[in-house]
Design a protein around this ligand. Structure first.
Ligand code: ATP
Length: 404
């Protein structure tokens, strides 16, 4: 349909980037990126109309996003005809606008495009040897200034290397080392680095990616405190395991995975050291608060948990110890916990206890002749404790308990 729309409007349309890369690798990818040689916005409006999609346009960049009724998104970019001036006074050459668009991308494996307009529908466009690199499993930049132009590409290279179990090409790796020697990360904004680190933490094999970053001297370049010693690897590995486990639960609430790793990276640090990092990485105030408040809670929670284990406390007690923690704090505490039975207790909290609700409501208590106030909350809390400890189940039992 996109190709047909392009044909009607007299513009060429291509699927590009990650979508094509993943298709050739046989990996599903719902993020469709289209490049239009012509006006991308006019194209997006036409296609949007046919697909009953909402269209959000950015006039400045001539890009648009189509949001389909299913929620799926299609990004549309405009490739403008540009003139490329070669150095050494060679003539100015008009390059295919698609080629220019692809030339600005990070790695050869992301430069593949598929023609969508008839009569070329389905034809693969490969200007930069991306298909061969995809076959060989190589991450390769398109030109030697790529990392100087945009240092975040170094983190992206490592992310893709780990995700696909590819290898950064030898020349590309040399360029990374060179860029590190030029201290290019020091000038890069904290927010951009944090964004890439976040994507890295959410991707596959974050620990291997962090180790790779460390071994290339990148973490050190971002901030000396990020350079974690080998002794921290066991904790980070445990974090990776716990996150994998949690993802398999398919729960509605998803954690900010990067924050869980960050808590691991700063374990054992004092408040000033943590602040140095959150400020270098320009954490938004809410994330800084989350890190700081979680760190304040952790020691106390660990102490209470140990006590709870020793005293064989009740499930209601466990609930009360763990419920003040954020999801990130809970996952981190679970990773950090060495005692298997306490790990299991946290897992039981995450999978069962935190969902427990009660069937007695505020109006039930009002009907008992009580006015809202502290006693009200005490009764509800007592009922909840009884439910958590499986002392009462049905609504009748809970009401009876509340009256007591
Ligand atoms: P993912 O599967 O992680 O979404 P992707 O390749 O689709 O991978 P995006 O981050 O969505 O990655 O980027 C879309 C496209 O934009 C990429 O295919 C890449 O070619 C290009 N791109 C993204 N970031 C950069 C960058 N920093 N420099 C150059 N090109 C980039």
């Amino acid at each position: 349909l996109a190709g047909q729309t392009g044909q009607e409007l007299g513009v060429e349309v291509y699927a590009v980037g990650g979508f094509v890369r993943d298709m050739l690798l046989g990996i599903p990818n719902d993020d469709i990126d289209l490049v239009v040689e012509g006006d991308g916005i006019v194209f997006a409006q036409n296609l949007g109309h046919k697909l009953a999609a909402r269209v959000r346009s950015h006039l400045k960049f001539r890009t648009a996003v189509l949001i389909l009724p299913s929620g799926q998104k299609i990004d549309v970019a405009t490739a403008r005809l540009e003139y490329y001036e070669y150095p050494a006074a060679l003539p100015i050459v008009e390059l295919s606008s698609l080629k220019m668009d692809l030339y600005r991308r990070d790695f050869s494996i992301n430069t593949l495009a598929i023609h969508l307009c008839p009569p070329h529908f389905g034809r693969l466009v490969d200007f930069f040897g991306g298909q061969q690199d995809l076959k060989d499993g190589v991450i390769r930049v398109l030109h030697s200034l790529s990392f100087v132009e945009d240092p975040t590409r170094i983190i992206r290279a490592i992310r893709f290397e780990q995700r696909f179990q590819f290898k950064i090409g030898s020349q590309t790796e040399r360029l990374i080392k060179n860029a590190v020697r030029l201290n290019i990360f020091q000038k890069l904004s904290g927010a951009r680095i944090r964004h890439e680190l976040r994507l890295l933490a959410e991707d596959s094999a974050p620990l291997d990616a962090l180790i790779r970053m460390r071994d290339l001297g990148l973490l050190q370049e971002i901030h000396p405190l990020l350079h974690f010693p080998q002794t921290k690897e066991a904790l980070l590995e445990e974090i990776e395991k716990i996150i994998t486990w949690y993802k398999l639960l398919f729960r509605e609430e998803s954690p900010d995975i990067w924050i869980v790793y960050f808590l691991g990276l700063v374990s054992g640090f004092d408040t000033h050291q943590v602040q140095a990092l959150t400020s270098r990485l320009k954490f938004p105030p809410k994330r800084t608060d989350l890190v700081e408040s979680t760190r304040r809670q952790l020691r106390y929670v660990a102490m209470q948990l140990a006590q709870w284990g020793k005293n064989e406390g009740s499930l209601a007690d466990l609930y009360e110890i763990l419920s003040p923690l954020s999801l990130e704090g809970l996952l981190y505490t679970m990773a950090k916990q060495r005692k298997l039975e306490l790990k299991k207790a946290i897992s039981h909290y995450l999978t069962h206890l935190q969902d427990v609700g009660i069937l007695v409501t505020g109006s039930d208590i009002k009907e008992m002749g009580l006015e809202p106030g502290p006693q009200f909350a005490n009764i509800l809390r007592a009922v909840k404790r009884a439910v958590l400890n499986a002392e009462v189940r049905t609504r009748e039992e809970q009401l009876k308990y509340a009256k007591r």
